[in-house]
Structures are given as structure tokens and as C-alpha cells.
Design a protein around this ligand. Sequence first.
Ligand code: AP5
Length: 211
Amino acid sequence: MMKLIFLGPPGAGKGTQAAIVSKKLGIPTISTGDMLRAAVKEGTEVGKQAKSFMDAGKLVPDSVIIGIVAERVAKEDCAKGYILDGVPRTIAQAQALEDAGILFDHVISIETADEVVTQRLSGRRVCPQCGAPYHVTNNPPKAEGICDACGHELIQRKDDSADTIASRLEVYHAETEPLKEFYQKRDLLRLVADEGSIEDINGRIMAILEM
Ligand code: AP5
């Protein structure tokens, strides 16, 4: 049983690393960002509540997030563990998970500078079908504009515009970064330097997990 949280600013590579670690450990990744984008696309009640916050680069209210995560981690495929990608994102979310008895083995914080975030997100392309992330130069798909995993056409996320990236970074520093102290106090925080290739960073994460 391995339960992990991937923390870090937007564009740190949480989704990229979570996809690799998921495959290696055979456990699912739960990305609230992907779940919310699917809800927006399907026009569900949660999607309607979330859309305006996401488009503005603001956080979706904690009450919405806590409900969808609690429901998801109770599913059968989470029995052997899971990776939370992009959640918790506020102290209230972290506290709610803890209060529900959901505890973790490691909280992996990818330490990415703000300037790098801007470069990463402006070149990011994603698969709207399966959520796989690519980058036009750092991590291109085999065929331009097409998802390697499922063959769907790639898109640029609406919140990857310059103004919205700035707002997301501000929200990260104000609301999410304090989680590092929250988990440091519980001796769960593992800092991972964002240096080198995606494989280099993955090597550092795997070394932590094999401790
Ligand atoms: P979410 O989808 O979670 O977005 P985010 O946290 O802003 O993170 P990103 O998905 O942008 O980045 P990432 O770290 O996964 O990086 P990636 O691997 O793609 O959330 C979106 C919105 O939903 C939020 O703004 C909010 O409104 C709402 N939301 C979601 N969860 C919420 C919650 N819990 N509470 C409240 N609201 C919530 O990599 C980025 C790019 O860089 C890619 O192109 C990749 O190929 C490339 N790359 C990755 N690693 C490297 C590397 N080492 N070197 C070079 N390139 C790299």
C-alpha cells in the first residue's frame, strides 16, 4: 500500500511524474484538475460550479474538492494505494483528508522556479481524451499534435495563457505552498529538485519511494 501526494506549482511536472510513477507502481493517479476538466466538458453540476474558477486560474471551493476526492479514493482500484496529483491544495483540504483518516506515506514536492513554470506551461499540449501531458520541445509526442497513448488530437489548455499562469502562480504561493510546512511537521515532506530531464527527476522520486 503506497499513498502519495504530489505537490508543486503549476507546471512543476506533477502530472508528468505521476503518470510515470503510476505505471511503475501499478497504482492509479487521482488528478483533481483532470476530474474537474472532465466535469466541465460533461456539463455536470460540479463542472458548472468549477468552470469560472478554473478559467480565472483561481481555486475551486474546498467543499467541491473534498467531496470528489473522498468519493474517488473509496473506489476499488485504490485498494493498493494511489497518487494524489494537485490535491490537497489548501490547508483546509489537507485537514479534511486527515480528519477522514486518509494518511500518506510521502508528500513529494517538486521545487520549480516561477520562470521555469512560465516556459513549461506556454509550451504544454495535453490530450483532452486521456489527460497525457506533452511539451512542444521538452517532451514532444511521436507524431506532431497527436497523443502517443490514445491517438487523439492534442490541445492547449485554456488556463495556459500568460495572464492566467501569473494568477495560478500567485494562488500557489499564497494557498498551496503553506502545505509544505503542514507536512514537514508530520515528517512526510520530501523535496525534489527540479533539475535535469524528466527521467532525472523521476530517478530522484523513485529513490525516495524505495527508501
Ligand atoms: P491542475 O490541472 O491540477 O493544474 P496545476 O496544478 O496548475 O498543474 P498543471 O497541470 O498545470 O501542471 P503539472 O505540475 O501537472 O505539470 P505537467 O506534468 O503538466 O489544476 C487546474 C485548475 O483546476 C486549478 O487552477 C484550479 O482551478 C482547479 N483545481 C484542481 N485541483 C484543485 C484543488 N485541489 N483545489 C481547488 N482547485 C483545484 O508539466 C507541465 C509541462 O512541462 C508539460 O508540457 C510537460 O511535458 C513539461 N515538463 C514536465 N516536467 C518537465 C521537466 N522536468 N523538464 C522539462 N519539461 C517538463
